[in-house]
Design a protein around this ligand. Sequence first.
Ligand code: SAM
Length: 267
Amino acid sequence: MGFAPQWLALRDAADRAARDDALMAAAARLAGAAPVIVDLGAGTGASVRALGRHVPDAARWRLVDNDAALLSLAVANHPNAQACQLDLNRLADLPLEGATLVSASALLDLVSEGWLRALVDVLTRHQLPFYAALSYDGVMHWQPDLPDDAGITAAFNRDQCTDKGFGPALGAASGHMARTLFEQAGYHVRLAQTPWVLDQQHARLQAELLDGIADAAARAGHGSAPAWNAARQGLVPQGTCTVGHVDILAVPAGRVAALDGHGGGHG
Ligand SMILES: C[S@@+](CC[C@H](N)C(=O)[O-])C[C@H]1O[C@@H](n2cnc3c(N)ncnc32)[C@H](O)[C@@H]1O
């Protein structure tokens, strides 16, 4: 799995189908009539493709990532977006000048509590709204089920908490931790469950996902991960898989009226 462009492309349609439309529409209202959106860990521009449908065409995007190859694909996909190559551990260098919304997708489960606290501090100082889609929530189900499913999920979830470049990762706890930290900072927070629901139409995604889950579970010490993967791969043509995510929208107290289309003017 990781951040390979092939993996990001394979998951793009499932991600877009899973995102909560009401939260995206609310995030777009908060971004205002002339949005300047800073997307963290932008990859190939998934947020532009998803959230871009809800904001005016003239929206300005700043895509932040430390991976130059992903950023060049992002600007090839979205020529009007600005690529900002930056290590997100340098939060003080985020290009927030004039920003009206900060966004992210499939990022929060990678970060540590310390990093998230620092991000909340930065956004609070700027009184900026924050929209983060598709943080893995630790819940996976398959049909038909297998005896090892729960043990594999537990091992995968342990691996999700290892350091992904930001210190010990929050993994499955990230969505709820984000809610707690933003609420403590005085933000109003909305959260939506946004699972992937994968069937035979997503056979390639399911197959690659299974390989990634089995590798991670093996790293976390699950001895039967290869056998579980072989059995699961055999069930892909008739099986379904649900992978839980949460989307979150955090709104500074003074901007709550804009959520429902009232008092939406920014600044
Ligand atoms: C799971 S991918 C998500 C990409 C994209 N947001 C999406 O939804 O398809 C995580 C992204 O975070 C970026 N990333 C990871 N660690 C980073 C760091 N320390 N600084 C900047 N970007 C980072 C990766 O390069 C990758 O593009």
